[in-house]
Design a protein around this ligand. Structure first.
Ligand SMILES: [Zn+2]
Length: 477
């Protein structure tokens, strides 16, 4: 496809949930699967805005005469999610985290800004609007084809989660997600082919994941704004899978070329790479000030304080880990959520970083799987203190590196850490005598070949690394 000839232009919008409490109330940001224990039903009416005109998208939705059911939770949602109480002041921890993202994206932060209400017409906000605040602008992200400008960065509240929709008449939403802070990053519409769109999305994803953000399906959402010669802007929402970005854009371009009524619209990305019509593009008069909340001031001192607490980016951490001797496979495992633990342990213990990386990722997972433990069970059992105690033994020479996995296994299978650490300290001389006896019984084999015999005679608690070292010495003499 010749994207230049088609006049293809695209911009990206990324929405990422922060892993903090809610934005305008004190509720925790728990995402839940269980059915709510409070139900409220509402209907939506189209009302003219301040300009006296009814928004085209609003008229479209209200004409459908839907009723909306909201499920809440007594213990993790409150009256603010139900729009029965005014919002509290903006959450400082969410604001700080959003500022970190803004600074990592080289944005200028606004020192004075206004929290706004953005009209939302599908019922996914109980108030009929979404609160959003423009925090920063004019940033950039580095890519292989140059810097991609970031136009704006907003902090906003997530909407309620759609649970079911009965024949388009009754729509059920859950309130657990409503009010969870989202960072919205919008690039300039300067991307000129689908591969650039994909690379930029991946890069932005990598940068936001350096911050305190939620992980997993649905916690990051990408929208693509695209246009081509003779076709006005179309917004495609709801990409579930980054692998689908390029293909969906290509199919949308083909659709645009063949459309007779070329209108600006919002479409939804479908799993098969096609898109479906959602609604007309909303008008511009959709934002007005949130009068329940004061102007937001962000002082220079505040910004400077945040600058001192910026997380490091993945590419820099990767370089460090490779320098410390980790294989690229191990680097990948550590980057998958273990960086803080790994860094803390490497700082405190004079032992090989490779041993630390293997212990907290590979070995813990391996013995955990054997013992039938889930990831959550493992992380609650294998705490930093547990690793500290094991590494102290290794550093003081009381535990061989080859014995660490055995200790972990005993501990994860239910022994107390003290008991698990009581492994026999075979002294090197005695081990060497035992090994020489084994080699003498069956001479002429290579070192590896004796390991089976060694394990059979001396038991699996033997320090395998030490035994292999000694075997190599014995065999070569
Ligand atoms: Zn609440």
């Amino acid at each position: 496809m010749d994207y230049t000839r088609l006049g293809f232009k695209a911009g990206l919008e990324i929405h990422q949930q922060l892993d903090t409490g809610k934005l305008f109330c004190g509720c925790p940001g728990y995402l839940r699967q269980d059915v709510g224990d409070v139900q409220v039903m509402r209907k939506l009416h189209a009302i003219a805005g301040e300009t006296g005109e009814v928004d085209a998208a609003v008229r479209h939705e209200a004409g459908l005469e839907k009723s909306f059911v909201y499920e809440g939770y007594r213990d993790s949602t409150c009256l603010i999610e139900l729009d029965e109480e005014p919002p509290h002041l903006i959450s400082q921890e969410a604001l700080d985290e959003a500022l970190r993202v803004a600074l990592l994206l080289n944005c200028e932060v606004y020192q004075h800004t206004q929290i706004m209400r953005k009209l939302v017409i599908d019922g996914s906000n109980t108030s009929g609007f979404q609160r959003t605040v423009l925090l920063a602008r004019n940033g950039w992200v580095e890519t292989s084809f140059g810097k991609v400008p970031i136009d704006t960065l907003c902090l906003e509240e997530d909407s309620a989660r759609l649970v079911s929709e009965k024949s388009g008449k009754e729509v059920v939403y859950r309130l657990d997600r409503l009010g969870i802070p989202l960072v919205e990053i919008a690039t300039a519409p300067t991307l000129v082919n689908p591969a650039q769109v994909r690379e930029t999305a991946l890069k932005l994803g990598e940068i936001v994941r350096a911050c305190r953000v939620k992980r997993g399906i649905g916690t990051i959402r990408q929208d693509v704004n695209m246009s081509s010669t003779g076709h006005p802007r179309v917004e495609i929402k709801g990409f579930q899978d980054m692998g689908m970005l390029e293909g969906t854009i290509q199919m949308e371009l083909i659709r645009q070329q063949h459309e007779s009524d070329k209108q600006s619209q919002v479409r939804q990305a479908l799993p098969d790479g096609t898109t479906k019509f959602l609604r007309p593009m909303p008008g511009k008069a959709r934002m007005y000030p949130e009068t329940d909340l004061p102007l937001l001031f962000i002082s220079l001192e505040h910004i400077n304080r945040i600058k001192k607490t910026l997380p490091r980016l993945q590419q820099d951490i990767t370089q460090d880990l490779l320098k410390q001797g980790l294989s690229s496979e191990l680097v990948g495992l550590v980057l998958d959520g273990f960086v803080p633990l790994y860094t803390a342990l490497v700082k405190r213990h004079v032992v090989s970083p490779v041993l630390i990386a293997k212990m907290i990722t590979l070995w813990t997972r391996e013995v955990g799987t054997k013992a039938g433990k889930t990831f959550d069970e493992l992380t609650s059992v294998c705490t930093e203190e547990v690793y500290d105690m094991i590494l102290e033994r290794v550093a003081s020479g009381k535990l061989g590196e080859g014995q660490v996995k055995g200790v972990l296994s005993a501990f994860i299978s239910g022994k107390s850490l003290e008991d698990a650490l009581q492994v026999e300290q075979v002294d090197d001389n005695r081990l060497e005598q035992d090994l020489r006896a084994i080699v003498a019984e069956k001479p002429g084999l290579r070192a590896n070949a004796y390991m089976g015999l060694v394990l059979a005679k001396l038991g699996s608690g033997v320090d395998k690394r030490k035994a292999m070292e000694l075997l190599q010495k014995i065999v070569s003499t």
